[in-house]
Design a protein around this ligand. Structure first.
Ligand SMILES: NC(=O)c1ccc[n+]([C@@H]2O[C@H](COP(=O)([O-])OP(=O)(O)OC[C@H]3O[C@@H](n4cnc5c(N)ncnc54)[C@H](O)[C@@H]3O)[C@@H](O)[C@H]2O)c1
Ligand SMILES: [Fe+2]
Length: 381
């Protein structure tokens, strides 16, 4: 069985930010709340977006989104949305502001506590369509949240949970690769590896959805050929464009479900004090899952190799490790400041994560323990 959905109106081109005003008008919206974070403001992108969209400088802007957005910040932004009499949300930033903006739209009309709507707590059918429209303007090329049906938000108790619904899919995505030209190399690498991981994990998911699989392979090919280029020369607009497309394509395939790399990185992303970047976690964990999934994914690995331009029979995990090294990303979780005790405490969360069910090979607590160990210490574990 398969359910195939594409819902977002996507404007993808250099300079697409100039279309925001028109898109707002098409939605019948007049007073947006701009949701972003301080890094995006500091990069000058909010002033640019407001100007291009023809929005007044008095437009309310919530810039308090933390990396790995929290329930607390979502409520704060929701209160601002209501206090300012807003009728729509424009999310400008990486996955963090995009996800937080989805939470704002949800809580603008849904009155129960946020946890009520979490996917693993039975929330999917509780999320209704009556929400203010969201325009997503990604400034990283990574998460695909601009077309995705999920928002990842950390609750007050530290659980980073997925809120999943077709009603959380943004109405419009404005994909303007020029917004990523100033993204520093480290963040370009980390967010790009998130996009690449999405394409691999959704492709390996057992759900039947050939169109999504074709898209995932195209995204993987783009990320493989352009990520290192974008990291080495941030001004390479063609590489930036390829990466923004790879991220978008990854997001278009979320309907297949992700896999255990994301189960582990969601669990780790909830460790607020550690401030771990989602894409970096995925990059470090991905080779270990590729080794683990191999026996169940033989035929699919041939297609992955082809998309990545690798020789027949080449070691996919080793290829990702080598790419990580070239990108300057850490090689193991220990290098990111994590310990065995941190990981042990997260096994249950990984098992319960909404991405676990669609991993390319069934995975339970014992397997997660081994995978955390291997990811902690690199290949030698
Ligand atoms: N909704 C989904 O389907 C989905 C999928 C994958 C990841 N996510 C979530 O997205 C979040 C990660 O998002 P992210 O990787 O895009 O990072 P992010 O949004 O957390 O941003 C990381 C940093 O980059 C800065 N930044 C963003 N754009 C910039 C630019 N153009 N120039 C300079 N600095 C810039 C930000 O200020 C921030 O400090 C995680 O919480 C993750 O769980 C969601
Ligand atoms: Fe991701």
């Amino acid at each position: 069985m398969s359910l195939i959905t594409y819902l977002t109106r996507i404007q993808f081109e250099r300079g697409a930010v100039r279309l925001i005003g028109e898109e707002l008008a098409l939605l019948g919206a007049r007073r947006p709340l701009v949701v972003t974070d301080r890094g995006v403001v500091a990069a000058g992108l909010i002033a640019r977006v407001l100007d291009a969209a023809g929005l007044p400088a008095t437009t309310p802007v919530f810039d308090g989104t933390p990396e790995n957005p929290t329930e607390e910040a979502t409520l704060e932004a929701r209160d601002r949305f209501k206090a300012e009499g807003c009728d729509s949300v424009i999310a400008v930033g990486g996955g963090s502001p995009l996800d937080l903006a989805k939470g704002v739209a949800l809580l603008a009309t849904h009155d129960e506590p946020l946890a009520t709507y979490a996917a693993i707590l039975g929330g999917i059918p509780r999320i209704r369509a009556d929400q203010p429209p969201v325009i997503a303007v990604p400034t990283t090329a990574g998460t695909g949240s601009e077309v995705g049906r999920a928002a990842l938000i950390t609750l007050a108790d530290g659980r980073k949970l997925g809120f999943i619904s077709p009603h959380l899919i943004p109405n419009v995505a404005i994909c303007d690769p020029e917004l990523t030209l100033g993204l520093p190399p480290g963040l370009t690498a980390a967010t790009g590896m998130d996009a690449l991981t999405h394409c691999i994990e959704t492709y390996l998911s057992p759900r039947h959805n050939p169109p999504a699989e074709a898209i995932a392979l195209d995204g993987l090919a783009r990320a493989t050929r352009s990520l290192l280029r974008a990291v080495r020369d941030g001004a390479d607009i063609e590489a930036r464009e390829d990466m923004m497309m790879a991220a978008l394509e990854g997001g278009m395939t979320f309907q297949k479900g992700l896999g255990a790399v994301h189960s582990m990185s969601h669990a780790l992303g909830g460790l607020k004090a550690k401030r771990l970047h989602h894409g970096t976690l995925n990059a470090v964990i991905l080779p270990h899952l590729l080794r683990f999934n191999a026996p169940a994914c033989d035929a699919k690995y041939a297609a992955l190799r082809q998309a990545m331009g690798l020789a027949e029979g080449a070691d996919l995990a080793a290829a990702i490790e080598s790419l990580n090294r070239d990108l300057g990303l850490p090689t193991d979780l220990a290098a990111m400041g994590l310990t065995e005790a941190d990981c042990e405490a997260l096994i249950t969360r990984a098992v319960e994560d909404h991405s676990t069910a669609t991993n390319g090979r069934p995975v339970g607590a014992e397997e997660f323990r081994e995978l955390f160990r291997a990811s902690l210490h690199g290949r030698a574990a």
